[in-house]
Design a protein around this ligand. Structure first.
Ligand SMILES: NC(=O)c1ccc[n+]([C@@H]2O[C@H](COP(=O)([O-])OP(=O)(O)OC[C@H]3O[C@@H](n4cnc5c(N)ncnc54)[C@H](OP(=O)(O)O)[C@@H]3O)[C@@H](O)[C@H]2O)c1
Length: 361
């Protein structure tokens, strides 16, 4: 692609915002032209505003260190005039985020969002680019509702489901997935935390993550949904039930999955589907797309969070321990990096898809 897009990062000082900046530092298509956060940070050089909150394992990228942080809510029109689109990951009340993202869209600035606020707005596509890339075709309907020419909102799904939904989606297309029971073992970075900022998590498991089980059960149905008229209508199957636990891990969400099929495949058939699966992101050769999206490990003690979360830059899914179950048909485990594939990386990949399909021009 010849064109470079100027982008803004809204919530740039947060955990996900920091990931965006590290991913965008050398991005072939995207150039960071604006960073914004709360009024607490606005007006300060980025390095000063983020201060001790910087928690990436690389230094603050040179291109943003001295950039003056703008006010995410006060400078909407100004930011919209400086960039082709924004990434948004802010910690605000749901209603406030909904309104803020609509303000950017209405200022003709597309929003690629990490926030959950708009995930169930019927004309907002919630996309995993390997699975339901076609949902971006709803954008003209959303633009009609918002009264915009360019502006729209597109979102990525919650991080918890980004290990098991990719593993199940291609199996459903071939064998029909009926029931899914999943337990997730989720990293503390998913709460925007580190062991320094959340010492209670050392040597501990907390069996509750507010709102996570509902998201883990409901959001897959929108990903499986179909465009009908001006809406994405969620699917009614597969049926999901989830328990989500916070575990003492810095990055990487693991899922333990039990699955029942309409037509029970053999183990070899399942492995073949995972091995050969390629989605739109691979077909379009998007810069952040993993070459091999679904990776099966034959060793009994794999995948492991610490060893495998960074597979293909943290954008690939690791799967293991596929075996028959006594109550369901099969069980297996799966792993994805929650702030890369599950957050900033997934949003960058979605933005690449939107650019490749002409929605950012
Ligand atoms: N962490 C994950 O793995 C993950 C995964 C998927 C989705 N998400 C979602 O992404 C969003 C951000 O998460 P996070 O973990 O990055 O949170 P975080 O580390 O707490 O960062 C929050 C960001 O929002 C900004 N902010 C707070 N109040 C604001 C206000 N009133 N106006 C404008 N900006 C404001 C903060 O700016 P200041 O620094 O100036 O306060 C900061 O840049 C959340 O909606 C979260 O649910 C997170």
């Amino acid at each position: 692609m010849e064109k470079k897009y100027n982008v803004g990062v809204i919530g740039a000082t947060g955990m996900v915002g920091q990931r965006f900046l590290t991913l965008l530092a050398n991005h072939p298509w995207f150039h960071v032209a604006a960073v914004a956060a709360s009024p607490r940070s606005a007006g300060k050089p980025y390095a000063e505003a983020v201060g001790k909150k910087w928690c990436m394992d690389v230094d603050i990228p040179e291109n943003v260190k001295d950039m003056i942080v703008m006010d995410a809510t006060g400078d909407v029109e100004k930011i919209a005039g400086m960039v082709d689109f924004v990434f948004c990951a802010v910690d605000m009340k749901k209603d406030e985020i909904k309104a803020l993202e609509e303000r950017y869209a209405k200022a003709e600035c597309p929003v690629v969002s990490n926030n959950s606020a708009h995930r169930h707005t019927p004309d907002v596509p919630m996309v995993i680019p390997e699975l339901n890339a076609d949902h971006i075709n709803i954008i003209p309907s959303q633009r009609k509702r918002l009264g915009t020419k360019r502006g729209f909102i597109a979102v990525k799904s919650n991080c918890s489901l980004q290990s098991y939904v990719p593993a199940l989606y291609p199996l459903d297309a071939k064998f029909g997935v009926k029931d899914v029971l999943v337990c997730t073992y989720q990293a503390i970075s998913g709460a925007g935390k580190t062991f320094e900022t959340w010492p209670e998590m050392v040597d501990n498991v907390i069996p509750y993550i507010g709102g996570e089980e509902e998201k883990s059960e409901l959001e897959p149905l929108k990903i499986w949904g179909k465009i009908e008229g001006d809406e994405i209508v969620p699917a009614t199957s597969p049926k999901f039930t989830a328990q989500c636990l916070r575990v003492p891990v810095s990055n990487g969400h693991m899922g333990a999955v039990f699955v029942r099929f309409e037509n029970k495949p053999s183990k070899e058939e399942i492995l073949e589907v995972w091995k050969t699966f390629r989605g739109t992101a691979q077909e379009l050769e998007l810069p952040s797309a993993p070459k091999q999206f679904l990776n099966y490990f034959v060793e009994n003690n794999m995948p492991q969070t610490k060893l495998n979360r960074m597979l293909e830059g943290g954008m690939a899914i690791s799967i293991g321990r596929l075996r028959e179950d006594t109550q369901y048909d099969y069980k297996f485990v799966c792993l994805s990096h929650n702030t890369l594939r599950g957050a900033a990386g997934g949003a960058v990949l979605l933005a690449e898809l939107l650019c490749a399909k002409g929605y950012m021009d």
